[in-house]
Design a binder for this molecule. Structure first.
Ligand code: GDP
Ligand code: MG
Length: 188
């Protein structure tokens, strides 16, 4: 018999972006595989935990922190950002204003949290989610941002990558979050 050492991580991941972009729905879908069309504003639920068997030697527990209705305040409290190691920044492909706001959210993030000094002290890995992509093909909705604009935004604002997602149809959430976790595991 051989002895295997399993490494376990707990990563605090922030889910930020404008109100109504689908942050709570994304967390609910990813953690509980459920979707509710008339979601009430979340107040009081701070985070949900999702365990992932990353590979045969690694277990990762993600703490996904919801903003819980604080989007209106221009900046969130430092407690929310404390010891976060990754972020999902969400916009709604049918809402151009929420795309513009991505810049503000990312700048706010980078101003409030950095990696520990021991691993370089740089910005925490972040992935951009272009959510509600299930609506993008409907002719009465605005098309998603041109792909070039997303690539440029990722470069200029230091996102690891972007993904078109749908919390409604469970599209690409696993892929996007795996990409984020891979970026975090490279740092720790
Ligand atoms: P939050 O304010 O960012 O937490 O957004 P919510 O998760 O509360 O979602 C706002 C609204 O958008 C709700 O009516 C959701 O049902 C809807 N919604 C969220 N994600 C999606 C999606 O991927 N596709 C569609 N069609 N609707 C979504
Ligand atoms: Mg919410």
């Amino acid at each position: 018999t051989s002895t295997r050492t399993i490494t376990q991580y707990m990563f605090k991941i922030l889910v930020i972006g404008e109100a109504g972009t689908g942050k709570t729905s994304i967390i609910k879908r990813y953690v509980e595989d459920d979707f509710a069309n008339n979601y009430k504003t979340t107040i009081g639920v701070d985070f949900a935990i999702k365990p992932i068997v990353w590979d045969e030697d690694t277990i990762v527990r993600l703490q996904l922190w919801d903003i819980a209705g604080q989007e209106r305040y221009s900046s969130l409290t430092r407690v929310y950002y404390k010891e976060a190691i990754g972020a999902l920044v969400v916009y709604d492909v049918t809402n151009p204003g929420s795309f513009e706001a991505v810049k503000k959210w990312k700048q706010d993030l980078d101003a409030k949290v950095t990696l520990p000094e021991a691993i370089g002290g740089g910005p925490i890995p972040a992935v951009l989610l272009a959510n509600k992509c299930d609506l993008a093909s409907h002719s009465n909705y605005a098309p998603p941002q041109p792909l070039g604009a997303l690539d440029t935004l990722c470069q200029d604002y230091h996102f690891a990558s972007w993904f078109p997602t749908s919390a409604k149809e469970n599209n690409n959430l696993d892929e996007a979050i795996r990409h984020l976790v891979a970026a975090i595991l490279k740092m720790v």
